[in-house]
Design a binder for this molecule. Sequence first.
Ligand code: 5GP
Ligand code: MN
Length: 320
Amino acid sequence: MKNIMEELKNAGSVAISGHIRPDGDCIGSCMGLYLYLKKVLPKAEIDVYLEKPSDIFQCIKDVEQIKDASVLGEDIKAYDVFVALDCSKDRLGAAQPLFEAAKKTINIDHHISNLGCGKVNHIVPDASSTSELIYDLIDKAELDEEIAKALYIGIIHDTGVFQYSNTSPSTLMAAAELIRFGFDFPKLIEETFYEKSYIQNQVLGRALLESILFMNKTCIVSTIDKKVMDFYGVTSSDFDGIVNQLRYTKGVECAIFLYENEFQSYKVSMRSGGKIDVAKVAQYFGGGGHVRAAGCTINGTQHDVINNLSLQIEKQMENK
Ligand code: 5GP
Ligand code: MN
Protein backbone atom coordinates (compact mmCIF):
# COMPACT_ATOMS: atom_id res chain seq x y z
CA MET A 1 0.00 0.00 0.00
CA LYS A 2 1.40 3.38 -0.99
CA ASN A 3 -1.44 5.63 -0.06
CA ILE A 4 -4.29 4.92 2.34
CA MET A 5 -6.72 7.00 0.28
CA GLU A 6 -6.46 4.55 -2.64
CA GLU A 7 -8.25 2.08 -0.37
CA LEU A 8 -10.67 4.54 1.26
CA LYS A 9 -11.68 7.00 -1.45
CA ASN A 10 -15.25 5.73 -1.92
CA ALA A 11 -15.97 4.92 1.71
CA GLY A 12 -19.07 6.47 3.24
CA SER A 13 -18.35 5.03 6.65
CA VAL A 14 -15.09 3.94 8.25
CA ALA A 15 -14.41 2.30 11.62
CA ILE A 16 -10.90 2.36 13.07
CA SER A 17 -9.77 0.17 15.95
CA GLY A 18 -6.71 -1.35 17.62
CA HIS A 19 -5.81 -3.90 20.26
CA ILE A 20 -7.18 -4.52 23.73
CA ARG A 21 -5.32 -2.70 26.53
CA PRO A 22 -4.28 -0.04 23.98
CA ASP A 23 -0.76 1.35 24.34
CA GLY A 24 0.70 4.64 23.06
CA ASP A 25 1.27 3.40 19.52
CA CYS A 26 -2.17 1.86 19.27
CA ILE A 27 -3.87 5.06 20.50
CA GLY A 28 -1.54 7.35 18.53
CA SER A 29 -2.03 5.49 15.24
CA CYS A 30 -5.82 5.16 15.66
CA MET A 31 -6.25 8.81 16.62
CA GLY A 32 -3.79 10.05 13.97
CA LEU A 33 -5.70 8.19 11.27
CA TYR A 34 -9.07 9.26 12.74
CA LEU A 35 -8.13 12.97 12.74
CA TYR A 36 -6.72 12.64 9.22
CA LEU A 37 -9.80 10.90 7.79
CA LYS A 38 -12.16 13.41 9.46
CA LYS A 39 -10.26 16.06 7.56
CA VAL A 40 -9.90 14.45 4.12
CA LEU A 41 -13.29 12.66 4.07
CA PRO A 42 -15.53 15.36 5.61
CA LYS A 43 -18.74 13.74 4.35
CA ALA A 44 -17.94 10.25 5.58
CA GLU A 45 -18.87 8.87 8.96
CA ILE A 46 -15.61 8.09 10.77
CA ASP A 47 -15.63 6.26 14.12
CA VAL A 48 -12.84 5.04 16.34
CA TYR A 49 -13.37 2.18 18.80
CA LEU A 50 -10.94 1.42 21.63
CA GLU A 51 -10.92 0.42 25.27
CA LYS A 52 -10.72 3.56 27.42
CA PRO A 53 -7.22 5.06 27.06
CA SER A 54 -5.23 5.99 30.13
CA ASP A 55 -5.63 9.64 31.23
CA ILE A 56 -2.12 10.50 30.04
CA PHE A 57 -3.49 10.43 26.48
CA GLN A 58 -6.03 13.23 27.13
CA CYS A 59 -3.57 15.52 25.35
CA ILE A 60 -4.58 13.94 22.02
CA LYS A 61 -7.31 15.89 20.22
CA ASP A 62 -10.76 14.23 20.14
CA VAL A 63 -9.68 11.33 22.36
CA GLU A 64 -13.07 11.73 24.08
CA GLN A 65 -14.73 10.77 20.77
CA ILE A 66 -13.46 7.21 21.12
CA LYS A 67 -16.38 4.79 21.17
CA ASP A 68 -16.79 1.72 23.33
CA ALA A 69 -17.64 -1.34 21.23
CA SER A 70 -18.54 -3.36 24.32
CA VAL A 71 -21.88 -1.51 24.66
CA LEU A 72 -23.03 -2.30 21.10
CA GLY A 73 -24.59 -5.67 21.91
CA GLU A 74 -26.41 -6.95 18.82
CA ASP A 75 -26.29 -3.51 17.25
CA ILE A 76 -23.44 -4.24 14.83
CA LYS A 77 -23.27 -1.76 11.98
CA ALA A 78 -21.77 -2.85 8.65
CA TYR A 79 -19.15 -0.14 7.97
CA ASP A 80 -17.93 0.26 4.41
CA VAL A 81 -14.37 -0.10 5.68
CA PHE A 82 -12.90 -1.32 8.96
CA VAL A 83 -9.24 -0.47 9.60
CA ALA A 84 -7.53 -2.68 12.21
CA LEU A 85 -4.35 -1.03 13.48
CA ASP A 86 -1.38 -2.38 15.46
CA CYS A 87 -2.84 -5.89 15.79
CA SER A 88 -4.56 -8.78 14.09
CA LYS A 89 -8.35 -9.25 14.40
CA ASP A 90 -8.07 -11.66 17.35
CA ARG A 91 -6.86 -8.81 19.59
CA LEU A 92 -9.59 -6.33 18.63
CA GLY A 93 -11.63 -7.33 21.65
CA ALA A 94 -15.19 -6.00 21.59
CA ALA A 95 -14.63 -4.38 18.17
CA GLN A 96 -14.08 -7.73 16.43
CA PRO A 97 -17.78 -8.16 15.42
CA LEU A 98 -17.53 -4.80 13.59
CA PHE A 99 -14.50 -6.13 11.72
CA GLU A 100 -16.42 -9.28 10.75
CA ALA A 101 -19.45 -7.26 9.59
CA ALA A 102 -17.52 -4.68 7.53
CA LYS A 103 -17.75 -4.66 3.74
CA LYS A 104 -14.00 -4.19 3.41
CA THR A 105 -11.21 -4.71 5.93
CA ILE A 106 -7.74 -3.17 6.06
CA ASN A 107 -5.02 -4.34 8.44
CA ILE A 108 -2.01 -2.11 9.11
CA ASP A 109 0.58 -3.36 11.60
CA HIS A 110 4.27 -3.81 12.38
CA HIS A 111 4.08 -6.99 14.48
CA ILE A 112 6.12 -9.80 12.98
CA SER A 113 3.63 -12.28 14.45
CA ASN A 114 0.74 -10.80 12.44
CA LEU A 115 0.24 -12.53 9.09
CA GLY A 116 -2.43 -10.02 8.00
CA CYS A 117 -6.14 -10.49 8.67
CA GLY A 118 -7.66 -7.94 6.29
CA LYS A 119 -8.78 -8.00 2.69
CA VAL A 120 -5.99 -5.47 2.26
CA ASN A 121 -2.89 -5.89 4.42
CA HIS A 122 0.03 -3.61 5.09
CA ILE A 123 2.27 -5.45 7.56
CA VAL A 124 5.79 -4.04 7.87
CA PRO A 125 7.72 -5.79 10.68
CA ASP A 126 10.72 -3.48 10.24
CA ALA A 127 8.68 -0.36 10.95
CA SER A 128 9.17 1.18 14.39
CA SER A 129 5.47 1.56 15.00
CA THR A 130 2.07 1.54 13.40
CA SER A 131 2.10 5.32 13.85
CA GLU A 132 5.14 5.55 11.56
CA LEU A 133 3.26 3.45 8.98
CA ILE A 134 0.29 5.82 9.16
CA TYR A 135 2.67 8.76 8.72
CA ASP A 136 4.05 7.10 5.57
CA LEU A 137 0.57 6.44 4.14
CA ILE A 138 -1.04 9.85 4.59
CA ASP A 139 -0.83 12.87 2.33
CA LYS A 140 1.75 15.11 4.04
CA ALA A 141 0.01 18.21 2.69
CA GLU A 142 -2.96 17.40 4.96
CA LEU A 143 -0.88 16.92 8.13
CA ASP A 144 -1.59 19.38 10.92
CA GLU A 145 -0.39 19.89 14.47
CA GLU A 146 -3.01 17.62 16.07
CA ILE A 147 -2.44 14.70 13.68
CA ALA A 148 1.32 15.18 14.09
CA LYS A 149 1.04 15.08 17.88
CA ALA A 150 -0.94 11.83 17.87
CA LEU A 151 1.53 10.10 15.52
CA TYR A 152 4.54 11.46 17.42
CA ILE A 153 3.20 10.03 20.68
CA GLY A 154 2.76 6.64 18.99
CA ILE A 155 6.33 6.69 17.69
CA ILE A 156 7.95 7.71 20.98
CA HIS A 157 6.06 5.03 22.89
CA ASP A 158 6.99 2.15 20.60
CA THR A 159 10.63 3.23 20.22
CA GLY A 160 11.14 4.08 23.90
CA VAL A 161 11.85 7.66 22.78
CA PHE A 162 14.01 6.61 19.80
CA GLN A 163 16.09 4.28 21.91
CA TYR A 164 15.07 0.76 20.79
CA SER A 165 16.60 -0.99 17.80
CA ASN A 166 13.38 -0.54 15.81
CA THR A 167 14.31 3.15 15.40
CA SER A 168 15.51 3.69 11.83
CA PRO A 169 16.62 6.72 9.82
CA SER A 170 13.08 6.93 8.41
CA THR A 171 11.63 6.92 11.95
CA LEU A 172 13.80 9.92 12.82
CA MET A 173 12.96 11.65 9.52
CA ALA A 174 9.24 11.19 10.26
CA ALA A 175 9.73 12.53 13.80
CA ALA A 176 11.68 15.50 12.44
CA GLU A 177 8.82 16.39 10.10
CA LEU A 178 6.27 15.95 12.90
CA ILE A 179 8.00 18.27 15.39
CA ARG A 180 8.07 21.00 12.71
CA PHE A 181 4.47 21.66 13.75
CA GLY A 182 5.84 23.22 16.88
CA PHE A 183 4.06 21.30 19.65
CA ASP A 184 5.83 21.01 22.98
CA PHE A 185 7.43 17.60 22.37
CA PRO A 186 9.62 17.44 25.52
CA LYS A 187 6.45 17.94 27.56
CA LEU A 188 4.67 15.15 25.62
CA ILE A 189 7.63 12.81 26.21
CA GLU A 190 7.78 13.60 29.90
CA GLU A 191 4.05 13.48 30.58
CA THR A 192 3.08 10.49 28.46
CA PHE A 193 6.21 8.34 28.63
CA TYR A 194 8.40 8.98 31.67
CA GLU A 195 6.11 10.43 34.32
CA LYS A 196 4.63 7.89 36.74
CA SER A 197 2.25 8.33 39.64
CA TYR A 198 3.63 7.77 43.14
CA ILE A 199 1.80 4.44 43.34
CA GLN A 200 3.11 3.33 39.94
CA ASN A 201 6.65 4.03 41.11
CA GLN A 202 6.01 2.12 44.33
CA VAL A 203 4.81 -0.90 42.36
CA LEU A 204 7.85 -0.62 40.07
CA GLY A 205 10.06 -0.56 43.16
CA ARG A 206 8.35 -3.59 44.56
CA ALA A 207 8.68 -5.52 41.29
CA LEU A 208 12.42 -4.74 41.16
CA LEU A 209 12.91 -5.64 44.83
CA GLU A 210 11.21 -9.01 44.42
CA SER A 211 12.75 -9.91 41.06
CA ILE A 212 14.67 -13.16 40.69
CA LEU A 213 17.63 -13.92 38.44
CA PHE A 214 17.77 -17.36 36.85
CA MET A 215 19.48 -19.31 34.06
CA ASN A 216 22.93 -18.26 35.20
CA LYS A 217 21.76 -14.66 35.77
CA THR A 218 20.88 -14.18 32.08
CA CYS A 219 17.14 -14.04 32.76
CA ILE A 220 15.11 -12.12 35.31
CA VAL A 221 11.51 -12.53 36.36
CA SER A 222 9.14 -10.61 38.60
CA THR A 223 5.47 -11.13 39.39
CA ILE A 224 2.68 -8.98 40.78
CA ASP A 225 -0.24 -11.06 41.97
CA LYS A 226 -3.87 -10.07 42.44
CA LYS A 227 -3.45 -9.49 46.18
CA VAL A 228 -0.70 -6.95 45.59
CA MET A 229 -2.67 -5.27 42.79
CA ASP A 230 -5.64 -4.88 45.12
CA PHE A 231 -3.43 -3.63 47.95
CA TYR A 232 -2.06 -0.77 45.80
CA GLY A 233 -5.28 -0.32 43.82
CA VAL A 234 -3.47 -0.68 40.49
CA THR A 235 -4.47 -2.13 37.11
CA SER A 236 -2.48 -3.37 34.11
CA SER A 237 -1.96 0.15 32.72
CA ASP A 238 0.07 0.98 35.84
CA PHE A 239 2.73 -1.60 34.92
CA ASP A 240 4.11 0.11 31.80
CA GLY A 241 7.88 0.32 32.00
CA ILE A 242 8.44 -2.37 34.63
CA VAL A 243 9.62 -5.08 32.23
CA ASN A 244 11.95 -2.64 30.47
CA GLN A 245 13.55 -1.66 33.76
CA LEU A 246 14.03 -5.34 34.63
CA ARG A 247 15.79 -5.87 31.28
CA TYR A 248 18.23 -3.08 32.11
CA THR A 249 19.83 -5.30 34.77
CA LYS A 250 23.49 -5.83 33.79
CA GLY A 251 24.04 -9.24 32.21
CA VAL A 252 20.34 -9.89 31.65
CA GLU A 253 19.40 -11.05 28.18
CA CYS A 254 15.73 -11.74 28.79
CA ALA A 255 13.27 -10.17 31.24
CA ILE A 256 9.83 -11.45 32.14
CA PHE A 257 7.14 -9.59 34.00
CA LEU A 258 3.90 -11.33 34.98
CA TYR A 259 0.74 -10.08 36.57
CA GLU A 260 -2.29 -12.04 37.59
CA ASN A 261 -5.06 -11.17 35.16
CA GLU A 262 -7.57 -13.55 36.71
CA PHE A 263 -7.17 -16.30 39.29
CA GLN A 264 -4.28 -18.46 37.99
CA SER A 265 -4.15 -16.69 34.65
CA TYR A 266 -1.08 -14.54 34.04
CA LYS A 267 -0.46 -11.81 31.49
CA VAL A 268 3.17 -12.11 30.43
CA SER A 269 5.42 -9.30 29.14
CA MET A 270 8.85 -10.16 27.80
CA ARG A 271 11.85 -8.13 26.66
CA SER A 272 15.04 -9.40 25.08
CA GLY A 273 18.43 -7.90 24.30
CA GLY A 274 18.18 -9.51 20.86
CA LYS A 275 19.66 -12.99 21.39
CA ILE A 276 16.36 -14.52 22.39
CA ASP A 277 13.39 -14.12 20.05
CA VAL A 278 10.64 -13.43 22.57
CA ALA A 279 8.00 -13.19 19.81
CA LYS A 280 8.67 -16.87 19.17
CA VAL A 281 8.29 -17.69 22.86
CA ALA A 282 5.05 -15.67 23.06
CA GLN A 283 3.66 -17.27 19.89
CA TYR A 284 4.26 -20.72 21.37
CA PHE A 285 1.78 -19.73 24.09
CA GLY A 286 -0.72 -18.14 21.70
CA GLY A 287 0.55 -14.57 21.99
CA GLY A 288 2.82 -12.51 19.78
CA GLY A 289 4.81 -9.32 19.36
CA HIS A 290 8.32 -8.43 18.23
CA VAL A 291 11.72 -10.16 18.54
CA ARG A 292 12.70 -7.93 21.46
CA ALA A 293 9.26 -7.22 22.99
CA ALA A 294 6.36 -9.64 23.13
CA GLY A 295 3.55 -10.91 25.31
CA CYS A 296 1.01 -13.64 25.90
CA THR A 297 -1.42 -14.96 28.50
CA ILE A 298 -0.73 -18.28 30.26
CA ASN A 299 -2.94 -20.19 32.67
CA GLY A 300 -1.62 -22.02 35.72
CA THR A 301 0.18 -21.27 38.93
CA GLN A 302 2.92 -18.68 38.96
CA HIS A 303 5.51 -21.48 39.14
CA ASP A 304 4.03 -23.36 36.18
CA VAL A 305 4.01 -20.21 34.09
CA ILE A 306 7.64 -19.38 34.86
CA ASN A 307 8.74 -22.99 34.32
CA ASN A 308 6.95 -23.22 30.98
CA LEU A 309 8.43 -19.93 29.79
CA SER A 310 11.96 -20.85 30.93
CA LEU A 311 11.78 -24.11 29.03
CA GLN A 312 11.12 -22.26 25.76
CA ILE A 313 13.84 -19.70 26.47
CA GLU A 314 16.31 -22.45 27.37
CA LYS A 315 15.56 -24.26 24.10
CA GLN A 316 16.51 -21.14 22.16
CA MET A 317 19.66 -20.63 24.24
CA GLU A 318 20.72 -24.23 23.59
CA ASN A 319 20.28 -23.76 19.85
CA LYS A 320 22.63 -20.78 19.87
P1 5GP B 1 3.81 -5.45 26.26
O1 5GP B 1 4.75 -6.34 26.96
O2 5GP B 1 4.32 -4.03 26.20
O3 5GP B 1 2.40 -5.57 26.71
O4 5GP B 1 3.79 -5.94 24.75
C1 5GP B 1 4.95 -6.07 23.97
C2 5GP B 1 4.57 -6.30 22.52
O5 5GP B 1 3.94 -7.57 22.39
C3 5GP B 1 3.58 -5.29 21.98
O6 5GP B 1 3.92 -5.02 20.65
C4 5GP B 1 2.24 -5.98 22.09
O7 5GP B 1 1.36 -5.53 21.11
C5 5GP B 1 2.62 -7.45 21.90
N1 5GP B 1 1.76 -8.32 22.73
C6 5GP B 1 1.63 -8.29 24.08
N2 5GP B 1 0.75 -9.22 24.50
C7 5GP B 1 0.31 -9.87 23.40
C8 5GP B 1 -0.62 -10.94 23.19
O8 5GP B 1 -1.22 -11.50 24.12
N3 5GP B 1 -0.82 -11.33 21.88
C9 5GP B 1 -0.16 -10.73 20.83
N4 5GP B 1 -0.42 -11.16 19.58
N5 5GP B 1 0.72 -9.73 21.00
C10 5GP B 1 0.95 -9.29 22.26
MN1 MN C 1 2.86 -0.89 18.01
